[in-house]
Write a protein that binds this ligand. Structure first.
Ligand code: FES
Ligand SMILES: [Fe+2]
Length: 422
């Protein structure tokens, strides 16, 4: 049997290129990671009412995320029990029944098979509808509006899985007393590159910004001092390795002048945060913050603009980015509009940062795919052994630049890949 764990050398802090380009590894990941980890499926403000639903993916499995009449959110594999056709073919809506377009079987918001054309004649009334409901994902839990699902009925609770990382997520998601809401719609686009390259970059790759995004600095869209590492290492400018493969980057980016409405709103949220966050968290408010929840959910927030995204795996060499915009629930419309525009200009299909990253990820999988190159490992040694625990914040800390967080992602990947598939 293949020993996938051998692809990560924990002692040397290296990763085999096969982790990114090998088809067998990719298939094994689907079974060992995407069926056992908590996966983001929706923001609860996208489905506020009974019968509201969105379609998305858990790994390669298409799923429907629907709020029932009872208010509970359930997740089902979006595949008909008759011949497997995709039952729901739209992105979102409000529906009491999901009708399969192939032969017309239909299912309710609890996944129960309700209607079967020609039930009395073709099936002689003998089909037991109770046995042929949509396949339900057994676990659905949420944190601060983020809805996650898990195919593993035995998985640890989401709150344990997120663990200490919740402290960092709260810097964004719990800074305003009424929480966040999702802007309508999801930006989706196709990218070359393996999904893990995106997940690891958002988790803890501050290193690339001064090089890959140098053009941002040159046109004045980066930090005004031209440095993405900040001036307060350990305290305000740091990267974090958390348990279970999660990681975070925090840096105190010097802010350019903002429109007065946005300044006023940020000042208001700062006041609110005095009741929602502890004093150590308050010191980090509105810094530039980027993080990944293992395996493929990332969050980025700066200057009050927040995006969350999922790096959907679509083979070894391709991923789909699904990006959502978040804004504080009671933000004035003018601020919401500013934030929507910031998303479009920076981190979106046409976003200027996003374009740089996509080129790098595609070139990486193409260049390390050769039969020779595959045998030479990738170096993840930056900062190894130099991380510190600190009294005022959780996780293992190191100032930028470091790879302790991203290598933590692969340590957890290794742990999951060593377990038996579902
Ligand atoms: S595949 Fe859905 S009704 Fe036949
Ligand atoms: Fe980037």
């Amino acid at each position: 049997m293949e020993h996938y764990a051998d692809l990560i050398d924990v002692a040397r802090q290296t990763v085999s290129p096969r982790v990114f380009v090998d088809q067998d590894v990719y298939r094994a990941e689907q079974a060992r990671i995407f069926t056992k980890c908590w996966l983001f499926v929706a923001h609860d403000t996208l489905i506020p009412n009974p019968r509201d639903f969105v379609s998305t993916f858990m790994g390669e499995e298409p799923v429907i995320v629907v709020r029932g009449e009872d208010g509970a959110i359930r997740v089902f594999i979006n595949s008909c029990r008759h011949r497997g056709a995709r039952v729901c073919r739209v992105d979102h809506g409000n529906n009491a029944l999901f009708t399969c377009p192939y032969h017309g079987w239909n299912y309710d918001c609890k996944g129960k098979l309700r209607g079967v054309p020609q039930h009395d004649t073709a099936y002689h009334g003998e089909l037991d509808k109770g046995l042929w409901g949509l396949i339900e994902v057994p676990r659905v839990e949420s944190f601060r509006g983020l809805v996650f699902a898990n195919f593993d009925a035995q998985a640890m609770p989401l709150s344990d899985y997120l663990g200490d990382f919740r402290w960092y997520l709260d810097l964004v998601l719990n800074r305003a007393k009424n929480g966040m809401t999702c802007l309508p719609g999801v930006h989706r686009w196709r990218l070359g590159g393996n999904w893990k390259l995106a997940a690891e970059q958002f988790l803890g790759d501050n290193y690339h910004t001064s090089t890959l995004h140098r053009s941002m600095l040159m046109i004045g869209l980066g930090p005004t001092d031209g440095d993405f590492r900040g001036n307060a290492p350990w305290e305000k400018d740091f990267e974090v390795k958390c348990a279970n493969g999660h990681g975070w980057i925090n840096f105190d980016i010097p802010a350019p002048p903002l429109p007065p409405e946005q300044e006023a709103f940020i000042a208001r949220v700062r006041e609110e945060a005095k009741t929602t966050l502890n004093p150590e968290q308050q010191k980090l408010l509105f810094h530039a913050q980027v993080g990944t929840v293992f395996p493929n959910f990332s969050i980025l927030s700066f200057l009050g603009f927040t995006t969350i995204r999922v790096w959907q795996p679509v083979g070894t060499h391709q991923m789909h980015a699904w990006a959502y915009g978040l804004v504080e629930k009671d933000a004035p419309p003018v601020v919401t509009e500013l934030i929507r525009k910031m998303q479009v200009l920076t981190f979106s299909p046409s976003g200027i940062y996003e374009q740089d990253d996509g080129v790098a990820w595609q070139s990486a999988v193409e260049a390390m795919d050769g039969v020779v190159r595959r045998h030479y490992p990738l170096n993840y040694q930056q900062g190894a052994g130099h991380g510190r625990t600190m009294a005022n914040k959780p996780g293992l800390i190191h100032p930028p630049s470091t790879e302790i967080g991203v290598f933590g992602f692969y340590e957890f990947w290794r742990e999951m890949m060593a377990k038996e598939a579902v």
